[in-house]
Write a protein that binds this ligand. Structure first.
Ligand code: 5AD
Ligand code: SF4
Length: 489
């Protein structure tokens, strides 16, 4: 029996898909190369924008229609849409085998797939703190198992390895930004125990991961709610805050992981301790994704972001002063309700001041049940598109200027494999998370760390020549297919 998982959305979904794949492999299922060959297709979905949901529904509809020729095909939904839609999804996608919330999916997936292969349809498993149980609409509603450590903890199939890997450290989100669906689909904040995190990072390292990114919707809230750092885990570096302590603990316990990252950030979490952790713990990469969303104080207030443009910029300056060569990337929403030309110009101005290394621009999409969806979505689609294009061009200018500073310098690159555009060259990433293209030296393998001298650059990419090896890591990497990826909220 074979399976295929389509993954939409953010890194947390990529991680969840990876863990679901391991569960299925451990239960004897093999990964199919194409959808046509798969007996089981799972769609791991995202609710953050309407387009992402439309894509997933379209995909599920096509799969269920394919049943006319392949009656045994199992089609399952997981991810944020499973929680958002509840059993209503079976009305939208008739014939769907099952729908399971992202945290319930780990413990439930194998039994759901087996029952579906026996012909069961319309099974729904909400997340433990799901909000959808009461809307059962006549469908089977299963009692979810309460996940203790992670969605798929302690699964040790040995057949997938990755140069880079993700580990979730914080579930859910309490921030309640006005536009964001996440708190209602991923529940409230829950920090994982540092020992469970270390165990999982160690497992990733054993599989060959050299670069591990610690994930949370609002990762700097790690350990801030309903959590006490275990007394028996000291901080030799003298940190008191949970996230710096966790970074120190993971770096110390799992030295095979050469690169440690965390995402996504928030200016309120850019404390002196965090800056020191980023500067002084060698494994922690000089890169932070720090969503700005807008540069207009009025819009930021409306969005309930908890900072204004001055506080955002102060966090950026603290990072640039405290962490040499740091790269800062961001998310920006254009066309938020009521966004005027003046608000938009304030966003452009703050982008210039922050000198982002990369920006992900999103057009506002009203999400059901969020405060922003109550407001009139009054910026016309064409104007949202124009603002989007203006910011992309602004970011290109910033990218050219930032990347030019790397020309003539050596960077440490984690080799990922042949470049997609030109298989004769290889691609990898610097600690700043910049893509670096280089001529592969003889004998290079995925996961090697090498030094590359940068000779030229464009807004998104650095190009250079290898100058020497740093370390070796032998890997065979089959990445989880990723459709329409973006950063955590
Ligand atoms: N509309 C558009 N973009 C959104 N994002 C979150 N919610 C919405 C929405 N309703 C963006 C934010 C976030 C990123 C992951 O997606 O910029 O940081
Ligand atoms: Fe869910 Fe948000 Fe991730 Fe989309 S981006 S998958 S909505 S947590």
């Amino acid at each position: 029996m074979t399976f295929l998982i389509h993954t939409y959305g953010c890194q947390m979904n990529v991680r969840d898909s990876d863990l679901l794949a391991r569960r299925l492999r451990a239960a004897g299922f093999a990964e199919a190369a194409t959808e046509d060959e798969a007996d089981v297709v799972l769609v791991n979905s995202c609710s953050v924008r309407e387009k992402a949901e439309e894509k997933a529904i379209g995909k599920l509809g096509m799969l269920c229609a394919a049943r006319r020729d392949r009656p045994g095909l199992v089609v399952g939904l997981t991810g944020c849409m499973a929680n958002r839609l509840g059993p209503d999804v079976f009305g939208l996608v008739p014939g769907l085998s099952f729908s399971v919330g992202p945290r319930a999916a780990g413990p439930a997936v194998v039994s759901l797939v087996r029952r579906a292969l026996d012909g069961a349809k319309g099974m729904f498993v909400p997340d433990p703190d799901g909000h959808t149980v009461e809307r059962s609409n006549g469908h089977t509603v299963e009692q979810p198992d309460r996940p203790t450590v992670g969605p798929c903890d302690r699964v040790t199939a040995k057949d997938d390895t990755a140069v880079s890997s993700f580990v979730t450290i914080l579930y859910g989100c309490n921030q309640r930004c006005s536009y964001c669906i996440v708190p209602s689909v991923r529940g409230s904040e829950e920090s994982r125990d540092p020992r469970a995190i270390v165990a999982e990072v160690r497992e990733e390292a054993a599989r060959g991961a050299k670069d591990v990114c610690l994930l949370g919707q609002s990762v700097m809230r790690y350990g801030r709610m309903g959590f006490a750092w275990p007394e028996d885990i000291p901080s030799p570096m003298g940190f008191a805050e949970p996230l710096p302590r966790l970074l120190e603990f993971v770096a110390r316990e799992v030295p095979e992981v050469r690169r440690l990252r965390f995402t996504s950030g928030h200016p309120s979490g850019v404390t002196d301790e965090l800056v020191r952790a980023m500067r002084e713990i060698p494994a922690v990469c000089p890169h932070l994704h720090l969503p700005m969303q807008s540069g207009s104080d009025r819009i930021l207030r409306d969005m309930r972001r908890g900072y204004d443009s001055a506080r955002y910029l102060a966090a950026v300056r603290r990072l640039r002063e405290g962490v040499p060569d740091i790269a800062i990337t961001t998310d920006i929403i254009v066309g938020y309700p009521g966004e005027t030309e003046e608000d938009f110009e304030a966003t452009r101005a703050l982008m210039r001041k922050a000198r982002f290394d990369n920006s992900f621009i999103f057009k506002f999409s009203p999400r059901p049940g969020t405060p922003a969806a109550q407001m009139e979505d009054d910026v016309p689609a064409a104007e949202k598109e124009r603002r989007n294009q203006v910011l992309l061009a602004d970011q290109d200018d910033l990218g050219v200027a930032n990347n030019a500073l790397w020309i003539g310098r050596e960077v440490e690159v984690l080799a990922e494999g042949p470049s997609l555009r030109n298989a004769a060259r290889w691609s990898g990433r610097s600690g700043q998370n910049k893509i670096v293209i280089f001529d592969p030296p003889p004998g290079i393998e995925r996961g090697d760390l090498i030094r590359v001298e940068i000779g030229r650059a464009n807004p998104q990419t650095l190009f250079g020549e290898p100058r020497g090896a740093i370390g070796r890591n032998r890997l065979l990497h089959v990445p989880v297919p990723l459709v329409g990826s973006h950063n955590l909220c």
